[in-house]
Ligand binder design. Structure first.
Ligand code: T46
Length: 137
């Protein structure tokens, strides 16, 4: 998938398989649209702090609010999609070439991110005007 041509319509909420029992719930993330190479999580985010404010050239990601809630604004250079994640049974699939801004973290929120590649700063576009150039907008 070419990050230059992707739009917010290539990003989706994915319902994750969940086993419900009286003893609690178990959610499985397995073969969700890309091969997984890296997992990280963001937590202890202070009130009013924002994260992201960048895009990736080639990275695919699946983001899950495994605790609490937060807001994600996705932007393809033309259109914007605002999503609030608060259900650990749902993941947000973000394709390459999408600008994202994370905000409104609730107390105790944990943002779990699964990524298709190892960390590579060269894959980031951290300036919005460079992002618009990348998208040919
Ligand atoms: C994303 C959002 C949701 C590493 O050294 N290795 C890593 O795997 C990651 C993810 C980050 N870092 C370093 C790079 C920076 O010096 O950790 C520092 C913070 O990273 P960043 O400013 O990119 O953090 P966020 O929370 O703004 O963004 C992260 C991911 O980078 C990004 O892919 O989509 O979470």
């Amino acid at each position: 998938m070419n990050g230059v041509e992707t739009t917010i319509h290539d990003c989706h909420i994915i319902q994750l398989r969940t086993i419900l029992r009286d003893e609690g719930k178990l959610t499985i993330i397995q073969n969700e649209k890309f091969d997984l190479k890296r997992v990280y999580y963001i937590y202890d985010v202070p009130e009013k702090a924002e994260r992201g404010h960048h895009a990736h050239k080639t990275l695919h990601q699946l983001i899950v609010a495994i605790s609490g809630s937060f807001h994600i604004k996705l932007d393809d250079g033309t259109r914007v999609w605002n999503v609030t994640l608060r259900d650990p049974k749902k993941g947000l699939l973000i394709r390459p070439g999408i600008w994202r801004e994370l905000s409104d973290f609730s107390k105790g929120a944990i943002c779990l991110v699964m990524a298709s590649e190892l960390y590579n700063e060269e894959d980031y576009i951290r300036n919005y005007y460079n992002f618009l150039e990348f998208k040919n907008v």
